[in-house]
Design a protein. Structure first.
Lengths: 287, 311
């Protein structure tokens, strides 16, 4: 049923800390590996070892360059200052690099569910996870069109090469695939309890990814979001994303960018190296 | 958006078929279609157009053999509603065909004709809403989209009806239909030009807004997630050939307005009714270009996440 369930009390989702993500892509690789063999796999690839590999990833890491324009930043006229070769006294901000993992936000009221003509795309009433029933999906791709976050990718409707994951029975799927929030991990009682988390969360070497119930204001993830000013992506669509992004923290000087040319430090005078007359003069004038 | 040929064939051909059925149904209801038995050929031609379009649409599916499942979610999905409306429309079509075949030029064929016209319009309405309902593609939210789907369906289908009437009844049928189609062609061009103007002035979504990083400053996509293309960049961040947009727009207007307008005027003025199929074919060709641009020029919100590419 592709009508949305009543608002779910439990809202499982991810919180991604853009301040400490180092862009290592470990989450994306761990996701691909787990889900390739999980209940919703395989995440088939076309031409996987060729010149133009094409395949489904539930999680992709982008990298953005942010050029600070804030009023409280040093060197507001960075572009102009860079043109002045004698700009020793001005500070040109280095752009800040922000690594940005992008995956399904498990929205509360997403159109990707309601546009589905078959009932394959659905939102779970018990925990809010958005899933695709691979046995019902006809691969019309309307759900992918309806998602502004690029969370859905179709699996090989028309493989271009004969070597597509050679030897795999299901290499032509033709169905829509997306993040499952590792639903086959988080409730998996054969796993150790601390392993019952999405593969991306476990793989992150900097703990930039947190998993939890964002519907519970007392959960760790909700508290972190409240403390760090976590935000939702493109709220104007009205899909009410559950996942939250924690913005990069300001730099120590209050700006959002490092300074390329440090303000020259005050000159130091090594008085003991001065000739006696000047050393006396310095001492006299320093009084 | 990537302009998929299957979807272009579907919307253009089915649209023409439904437009043809709609006008034919209205003519039968009004009792001005002479004689009703002659309705079988245009009805069958509409059937070919509609069915060819619907079959083409299944080529867009990754799993066409499961297409029947699309009939289940009419409560929420416009695609599902469209599928159901398309199938239901075959029922009054069969009723009209039976009436025409059995020579029942009475109330029955009038009711069947009215139902056929209504169902055909509802189906086109559902088709337009599939696209109109996508918030992520701002161009398709424009108020011109729905009227254009109706106008193009009636124009392209109506010209085929006129072509059939001209070839069989000569100019005896009168000039009401061609003059109405002439006006429709002109209005469609004006509304389409208005749509293009509207789309051109829409600001593209920015990377800073999509990522929420605009609060920190100017944002530029430095690196995409992978060096090669992905489904997302191929499907949603389609920019190829937008540079030919202006020329293609002019060509489309020539084909779907100028050619039929001139043809209608010459046909009526000089009695050269054999020209009618030329107009019908030109409009179909023009609509293929128009529909290709409808997809190719539409920007999807997700493209803002990716490095901007040169067109």
């Amino acid at each position: 049923m592709t009508s949305l369930p009543a608002p779910t009390k439990k809202k499982l989702g991810l919180v991604i800390d853009l301040d400490i993500c180092v862009g290592c892509h470990a989450c994306a690789v761990a996701c691909k590996e787990w889900n390739d063999g999980g209940d919703f796999g395989p995440l088939a690839d076309d031409d996987p070892y060729g010149a133009e590999p094409l395949g489904v990833w539930f999680n992709r890491v982008h990298t953005y360059e942010v050029q600070s324009t804030g009023a409280n930043d040093a060197g507001g006229n960075a572009q102009l200052d860079l043109l002045h070769l004698d700009g020793a006294s001005t500070a040109a901000p280095i752009p800040q690099m922000v690594h940005f993992p992008r995956s399904c936000l498990h929205c509360e009221t997403p159109d990707c569910v309601t546009v589905c003509p078959t009932g394959a795309s659905y939102k779970r009433a018990e925990d809010g996870i958005v899933l695709v029933d691979q046995d019902k999906c006809i691969g019309c791709q309307l759900c992918a069109w309806a998602c502004p976050y690029g969370a859905r990718e179709i699996a090989l409707p028309h493989p271009q090469t004969s070597t597509s994951d050679a030897g795999r029975k299901d290499s032509k799927r033709g169905t829509m695939q997306k993040c499952t929030l590792c639903v086959d991990r988080i409730y998996n009682e054969t796993l150790d309890e601390r392993d019952r988390q999405p593969a991306c969360v476990l793989a992150c070497p900097t703990r930039a990814r947190m998993f939890g119930d964002l519907g519970d204001p007392d959960s760790d993830v909700s508290k972190t979001v409240a403390a760090r000013g976590g935000y939702a992506l493109m709220p104007e669509f009205g899909y009410q994303p559950v996942n939250r992004y924690l913005p990069p923290r300001p730099r120590r000087d209050g700006s959002h960018a490092a300074t390329a040319v440090a303000t020259p430090a005050a000159e130091t005078l090594e008085t003991e190296k001065l000739p006696p007359l000047l050393r006396w003069l310095d001492k006299a004038l320093s009084r | 958006m990537k302009p998929a040929l299957s979807v272009i064939f579907f919307t253009v051909l089915s649209g023409a078929g439904y437009g043809l059925w709609c006008l034919l149904g209205l003519a039968l209801t009004a009792g001005i279609y002479p004689p009703a038995a002659g309705a079988l050929v245009p009805l069958a031609f509409g059937f070919v157009l509609v069915t060819a379009g619907l079959l083409a649409s299944t080529l867009h599916l990754g799993r066409p053999e499961r297409a029947w499942r699309a009939l289940t979610q009419w409560r929420s999905s416009w695609l599902s509603r469209e599928g159901i409306a398309a199938l239901i429309t075959y029922l009054p079509m069969l009723a009209v065909a039976w009436c025409a075949y059995a020579g029942r030029e009475n109330t029955t064929i009038r009711i069947a004709g009215a139902l056929l016209a209504l169902c055909a319009l509802v189906t086109v309405w559902c088709t337009a809403n599939i696209y109109r309902s996508l918030k992520t593609i701002r161009a398709w939210r424009a108020r011109q989209v729905l009227p254009l789907y109706f106008m193009f369906a009636l124009l392209s289908g109506g010209l085929w009806l006129w072509a059939w009437l001209s070839l069989t009844a000569g100019s005896a049928f009168g000039s009401g239909l061609p003059l109405a189609l002439l006006a429709l062609a002109v209005i469609a061009a004006i509304v389409k030009a208005d749509y293009w103007k509207h789309v051109d002035t829409q600001p593209a979504g920015t990377t800073g807004h999509a990522t929420g990083l605009e609060m920190l400053g100017r944002v530029r996509a430095f690196e995409g997630p992978v060096t090669e293309d992905s489904y997302l960049t191929r499907e949603m961040a389609f920019v190829l050939a937008r540079k030919h947009g202006a020329r293609l727009r002019r060509l489309a207007i020539v084909l779907f307005t100028l050619v039929p307008a001139l043809t209608i005027m010459v046909a009526l003025g000089a009695g050269a009714v054999w020209l009618a199929p030329v107009a019908a074919l030109a409009v179909i060709a023009g609509l293929f270009i128009e529909r290709w641009l409808f997809f190719a020029e539409a920007r999807h919100a997700v493209a803002a996440f990716f490095p901007q590419r040169q067109a």
